[in-house]
Design a binder for this molecule. Structure first.
Ligand code: SAM
Length: 370
């Protein structure tokens, strides 16, 4: 199996080289309106934003920033296939402009716009990033009616274009089964609050680009890709940044297309993608070890499981998990902003139930990404 990963440096408001209805899933995190680190990027796209900020007109600046994002959401709607999902990670902003401190809710603004252009809104995820910072509470301390609740969460908006996707051919049905995830992963991934994902390190390795990357955790993109697409599907990220979505697509055996407005990211992206072989193999090892630990515990408390995975030989909870086969990355080939990934057959792990029961549970996880 092979997948391809294309990077375009340009404004994703104009993705004219992507044809209508050709993308299976979009996963992204845009620049957050009214978070200061993104003021300049927005102002370059529309100088009236710089003017509004200078005039301390927070509402106008917020609206104009969102109008820039609207252009991208409209393009995303065009290129998504019917039945395709769009997942948008977005944090609201708190900001004092002039004398007024308030919340700018990008979450509700984006949701309202996306629904207005035809997307259906689905149950969404709150990503809770608790902080222990001593100064996390804002305002009047212990005195009432002047303190503010601490913002410690971001949203992952989940949208769909049209109705449920149909899996018509036998090939597609089998590909869907091979792309399945474990029962215990389903229980964690499909809960509406994610508390186990830490924010990611924000320093960029290349000093030509801005100081903070605004990156989201690898696991966030990887989960969404596994939850809402099949192997060999095509994933789009219109705000690519450090390429986390591309890495996750590579590791999950999907194709991808990424847009990034800042061409200074080119070197960093190429360097980062060279880590894919190690990363994807560590990731598979973690998923398999987590599963082995889970079934060992399950068998010892509840007895034998009813099904066996065909590829790895270990027990699984349901018949939907018997075809699961991870795509092990073998090689990456760089062809000028287009990267090709070659995969091995999923054959290097085989487990018998006796072996699993004798195995010491591995508590140590391989570190995937920070
Ligand atoms: C929040 S960051 C994305 C971070 C990314 N998820 C990661 O893990 O590195 C948003 C990115 O979108 C880029 N950007 C902003 N406006 C854009 C536009 N109109 N078209 C393409 N890229 C844009 C910014 O330069 C920035 O790198």
């Amino acid at each position: 199996m092979k997948t391809t990963h294309k990077i375009t440096f340009g404004n994703s408001a104009y993705m004219s080289d992507i044809s209508n209805e050709s993308i299976d899933l979009m996963v992204t995190s845009p620049p957050y309106p009214m978070i200061e680190m993104w003021d300049e990027i927005f102002s370059e796209q529309n100088p009236a934003i710089r003017e509004a900020l200078k005039n301390e007109d927070g509402n106008r600046a917020f609206e104009l920033m969102n109008q820039e994002l609207d252009k991208v959401w409209k393009e995303v709607y065009r290129v998504l296939k019917s039945g395709g999902f769009a997942c948008i990670n977005i944090g609201n902003a708190t900001r004092k402009i002039g004398e007024e401190f308030k919340l700018y809710s990008s979450h509700s603004r984006i949701l309202e716009y996306c629904i207005s252009i035809g997307f259906s809104s689905l149950p969404e995820i709150l990503w809770r990033k608790q902080t222990n910072a001593p100064n996390k509470f804002m305002g009047s301390g212990m005195l009432p009616a002047g303190a503010y609740v601490t913002l410690e969460h971001e949203h992952i908006i989940i949208l769909r274009k049209g109705n449920k996707r149909n899996f018509k051919t036998e090939e597609e049905k089998l590909r869907r089964q091979k792309s399945a995830f474990f029962w215990e992963e389903r229980n964690l991934w499909f809960s509406d609050i994610w508390e186990d994902l830490k924010g990611t390190k924000q320093n960029n390795i290349d000093n030509q680009i801005r100081e903070r990357s605004g990156a989201y955790p690898f696991e966030l993109a990887y989960r969404l890709i596994n939850m809402f697409s099949l192997k060999e599907d095509t994933i789009l990220d219109p705000f690519l940044g450090t390429g986390t979505t591309t890495m996750a697509a590579m590791a999950a055996g999907r194709n991808s297309i990424g847009f990034e407005i800042d061409p200074n990211f080119a070197n960093q992206l190429s360097m980062r993608f060279q880590e894919i072989v190690t990363l994807s193999n560590d990731l598979i090892e973690n998923r398999i070890n987590n599963h082995l630990n889970f079934i060992k515990e399950r068998i010892s408390t509840r007895g034998a499981l009813g099904y066996k995975n065909k590829v790895y030989g270990f027990p699984v909870m349901t018949s939907q998990e018997i075809e699961i086969a991870f795509s092990e990355v073998h090689k990456i080939v760089n062809k000028d902003h287009e990267f090709e990934i070659e995969y091995k057959e999923a054959s290097s792990y085989k487990f018998s139930e006796d072996e699993i029961l004798q195995k010491e549970p591995k508590s140590q996880q391989k570190k995937i990404w920070e």
